[in-house]
Design a protein around this ligand. Structure first.
Ligand code: G3I
Length: 300
């Protein structure tokens, strides 16, 4: 196959990108995105600060712009994200305890009702762990250690048809504390029947260093708990071709690794645009890393 999406589809997977609504008018950007990818994540437009700027007053204009652009082109959409310590609506800052907990639940209900039955997955909770595997201190964590499962239970009730994911970074190395902390939470959720369907490994890598040799072990270990895994925000500084090929191969080697999403289209679109981390250069040209990924997908 000659595009990333079609090549990934040969093994039943998807290949996606993050999209910024403000860039959709750029025809180079939107034509690459529509041609190469078949799964779309809103980079910022479905986050809590964007979707509920005032309490109970939801705004889906930018999120819907991305959703409509994608689905009109036959592309699927992942939801990102419902509960996170960052990019919260400013009015959450005035709440704590049971009031904040209720605001989080109401937010999940409001956003998920709007997109009910329309999305492939939701990142229900994002980045809730510290590097050592303990829970990240945040206003949400301060509402009680059960805030994550409360979010997942509310999400399942709000839309029983969508896959519910926990999403985090620095959980790619199996011997890392944070990976183990997230693993234990998923194991606990599965043993107690807390609804969870998938783990998103963001996969923000630093080029030059080698791929964690146990990356595939991490993917297969999560999968063995009975969840799908996906690489949800991939970028590699300096677009190291060996790391891009390696992370693609690790996913291909694990049956429950269902897809890969890169966190932007061109280097110039990236949140780390000065580190040339993506598959297309600023002019929209395919980079060597692109070819290494496409070849790995086509060899599967
Ligand atoms: O939209 C405003 C604009 O009105 C304002 O003039 C401008 C001034 O700074 O800011 C604009 O908002 C920025 C927004 O991106 C849209 O461009 C924010 O400042 C900026 O903080 C925000 O950055 C986003 C970041 O999440 C915030 O946490 C990045 O685009 C986005 O790529 C990044 O994505 C995260 C994932 O959600 C979670 N995992 C890590 C990943 C990378 O940090």
């Amino acid at each position: 196959a000659t595009t990333l999406g079609a090549a990934a589809a040969q093994s039943g997977r998807y290949f996606g990108t993050a999209i910024a609504a403000s860039r959709l008018g750029d025809s180079t950007y939107s034509s690459i995105a529509a041609r190469e990818f078949n799964m779309i994540t809103a980079e910022n437009e479905m986050k809590p600060d964007a979707t509920e700027p005032q309490r109970g007053q939801f705004n889906f204009n930018a999120g819907d712009q991305i959703y409509n652009w994608a689905t009109q082109r036959g592309l699927k959409v992942r939801g990102h994200t419902l509960a996170w310590h960052a990019q919260q609506p400013s009015w959450w800052g005035g709440l704590s305890g049971s009031g904040l907990r209720q605001a989080m639940i109401d937010h999940i209900n409001g956003v998920m009702a709007h997109y009910k039955g329309k999305l492939a997955a939701w990142d229900v909770v994002n980045e809730a762990f510290n590097e050592d595997g303990s829970r990240r201190q945040s206003n949400l964590q301060a509402t009680g250690n059960d805030w994550i499962e409360a979010a997942f239970r509310a999400a399942r009730a709000a839309d029983p048809s969508v896959k519910l994911c926990y999403n985090d970074y620095n959980i790619e190395n199996w011997s890392y504390g944070k990976t183990q902390g997230v693993y234990r939470m998923i194991q606990d959720f599965k043993s107690r029947g807390v609804p969870i369907d998938c783990v998103g490994l963001q996969t923000h890598f630093t080029g030059g260093s080698s791929l964690p040799s146990n990356f595939q072990t991490t993917l297969s270990s999560f999968a063995a708990l009975g969840v799908d895994v996906a690489l949800t925000e991939v970028d590699v500084t300096n677009s190291s071709t060996s790391q891009y090929a390696g992370l693609t191969q690790a996913c291909l080697n694990v049956p429950r690794c269902i897809g890969i999403t890169v966190w932007g289209v061109r280097d110039s679109d990236s949140w780390r645009s000065n580190e040339s981390p993506l598959l297309f250069d600023g002019g929209g040209n395919k980079k060597a890393a692109y070819t290494s990924v496409l070849n790995a997908l086509n060899a599967a």
